[in-house]
Design a protein around this ligand. Structure first.
Ligand SMILES: Cc1ncc(COP(=O)(O)O)c(C=O)c1O
Length: 411
């Protein structure tokens, strides 16, 4: 296979990522674990330290200049994030610790009115963060959980989904791009069908926002959850997008400072959205760093990022497929930049350990998707994932190292 041409200067981009400039086990680092967390460019790292060096002050509270400066930068980031996903207004963006907390917010707040009569549909390819909160809600309220099955190709079984939807369905919660199979799900179709029966839809966008152009208003989803650290921003910060009428109707998630309008002995009234859902001092540096990560993505262009990740993924799949005894999980037509695989008779942890000796970082385990592992009839897989700073040579290194693993474990 001829090596495709990248739509940007990858070597120049790599220089923006200090962590890549190191050896691991005396080999140049090959970082193929972006699906777990992405690396950060200098501009993001510097924005976080600059905040603490120059601006550090609490937001929305003080009158003094530092507080005003911090608040301005913080709210500018909220606007950038809103613009990036086509939210319409920054009022629709609630800051959380990440995708996981955003989904828990919905389960606790929106789910507070659910009863034993209600049903929630999730798929069997969900990350635990879009699975366990609904199980907890089901335990609290008695509402019923129903599951979308997965086809042989690793796609959602949309015929079976049609059969699950009823007028009892209160919520459908599905992942946009699977962190294991790479499958891109037909979320616009899911939203339209769910709305037809009066159900709301939550999309887990942790793996999609870093890779594809997302327009939440076009998708017409009711909730959309995503994390900064998957898209070159800091860890510990993420957001929930939700439609305004839902946010206005939903009760607060946490109580405390910032989320109130008035507090008296008799009771409390809530601040306007989004602040009603943001109790306590937030991760200010994280939010500011996230805004800079979005600047970085915008500078390159999300479409180019998508195209390049796609080239690397297709190149990897083609090369990996030449290894005898290697199984790739998921063969969806429309797919993202994660490739899960196993080598026959070699435990994924052994594969990953061997690769680490060569400086190659891949993920091994259940990827926080145990129901999916059960469907695939495996305990664990290896997963290589790709982003703008990876190269075709790194994919070649992975493939060569896997051939060595195979030889090493063949008696
Ligand atoms: C598809 C998907 N959903 C949710 C999450 C959870 O994200 P976070 O740990 O940032 O809350 C992840 C993280 O790997 C993910 O890949």
């Amino acid at each position: 296979m001829t090596t495709p041409k990248a739509p940007f200067d990858v070597q120049k981009i790599r220089k923006d990522f200090p962590v890549l400039n190191q050896t691991v086990n005396k080999q140049p680092l090959v970082y193929l674990d972006t699906t777990a967390t992405s690396q950060k460019p200098y501009s993001v790292i510097e924005s976080v330290s600059n905040y603490y060096i120059n601006d550090n002050a609490n937001v929305h509270r003080g009158i003094h200049s530092l507080a005003a400066r911090s608040t301005k930068k913080y709210e500018n980031s909220r606007q950038k994030i809103a613009d990036f996903i086509g939210a319409g207004s920054s009022r629709n963006i609630i800051f959380t610790r990440g995708t996981t907390e955003a989904i828990n917010l919905v389960a606790t707040s929106f789910g507070s009115t659910f009863t034993a009569e209600d049903e929630i549909i999730v798929s069997l390819m969900e990350h635990h963060s879009n699975f366990v909160p609904w199980q907890l809600l089901s335990e609290r309220t008695g509402c019923k959980l129903k599951f979308i099955q997965i086809t042989e190709n690793g796609e959602l079984d949309m015929n079976q989904f049609d059969l699950l939807l009823t007028e009892k369905t209160k919520l459908v919660a599905v992942v946009h791009i699977s962190n294991v199979l790479g499958t891109v799900n037909p979320i616009e179709e899911i939203v339209a069908k769910s709305h037809n029966v009066g159900a709301k839809v939550l999309i887990d966008g942790a793996q999609s926002v870093p890779h594809v152009k997302v327009d939440v208003q076009k998708i017409d989803c009711d909730f959309f959850a995503f994390s900064a650290h998957k898209m070159m921003g800091p860890t510990g910060i993420g957001a929930l997008y939700a439609k305004e009428e839902l946010l206005k109707a939903m009760p607060p998630y946490h109580g405390g400072g910032e989320m109130i309008h008035t507090v008296t002995k008799e009771g409390t009234t809530w601040a306007d959205i989004p602040y009603k859902f943001e109790a306590g001092t937030p991760n200010i540096a994280g939010v500011i760093g996230w805004g800079v990560a979005i600047d970085y993505i915008n500078q390159i262009g999300i479409d180019k990022i998508h195209d390049y990740s796609d080239m690397l993924t297709r190149y990897a799949i083609e090369k990996l497929s030449t290894i005898d005894g290697l199984t790739i999980y998921g063969n969806a037509k429309n797919r993202g930049a994660a490739v899960s695989f196993n080598l026959k008779d070699v435990h994924p942890h052994d594969v990953s350990h061997f690769l680490d000796q060569k400086g190659i970082a891949v993920r091994a385990g259940h990827h926080c998707a145990q129901p999916l592992m059960t469907e695939l009839k495996v305990d664990a897989t290896n997963r290589a994932s790709f982003y703008i700073y990876n190269t075709f040579e790194e994919v070649d290194k992975l493939v060569e190292a896997l051939k060595e693993v195979k030889a090493f474990f063949t008696f």
